[in-house]
Design a protein around this ligand. Structure first.
Ligand code: HEM
Ligand code: HEM
Length: 124
């Protein structure tokens, strides 16, 4: 899971920074919330989780790690597409943001439990 998360995180980095460049050039900050969460939940959080899972394979290879991976990777795109549509004026997308945000949050709760339970210092 570590390597996969690290690779997915750089794709979010490219999209997030690309969106930041677009917002700057267009002087249009409507999508700031999307930019922020693509960078922080996609690039930063997934990248960090990937490094943790690589450092602590017991956590990266656990069932709860797999569940975190899928919830985070299914929830975030749903939340981002919903949020983009919402801030661009489609009020009907609010439930999509809620569903995506809830799935992502459940994934992050599992990540927290996984780190607390499965990360152990190696005795030397
Ligand atoms: C070339 C790269 C980037 C560009 C051109 C860019 C551009 C922007 C722009 C235009 C805004 C809106 C500012 C405003 O509303 O006044 C913004 C906000 C923000 N960006 Fe970026 N960004 C970049 C990379 C990143 C990265 C890598 C992160 C985080 C890992 C990030 C985090 C944020 C945050 C948290 C805000 C909201 C700031 C606030 O609430 O005041 N940005 N960015
Ligand atoms: C599923 C998890 C999350 C949800 C549902 C969520 C939701 C929200 C909401 C509703 C806002 C207010 C948006 C607005 O008024 O435009 C917000 C703003 C913000 N969030 Fe999150 N958030 C999440 C995770 C995170 C994480 C992990 C970070 C940082 C690592 C973060 C950083 C920010 C920042 C910097 C802003 C201010 C953005 C701005 O200036 O427009 N969020 N978030």
């Amino acid at each position: 899971m570590g390597v996969r998360l690290i690779k997915i995180s750089v794709v979010y980095f490219l999209i997030g920074v690309g969106l930041g460049m677009y917002m700057s050039m267009a002087h249009n900050y409507t999508l700031t919330g999307v930019h922020v969460h693509i960078n922080l939940l996609g690039w930063a959080s997934m990248g960090l989780a990937g490094i943790y899972y690589h450092l602590f394979p017991q956590a990266g290879e656990s069932k709860i790690g797999t569940a975190h991976f899928w919830l985070h990777n299914i929830g975030l795109p749903i939340m981002m597409i919903g949020l983009a549509a919402l801030v661009l004026g489609n009020a009907s997308f609010e439930p999509v943001v809620a569903v995506g945000g809830t799935i992502t949050t459940l994934g992050i709760i599992l990540f927290v439990v996984n780190i607390l339970v499965n990360v152990k210092s190696v005795g030397r």
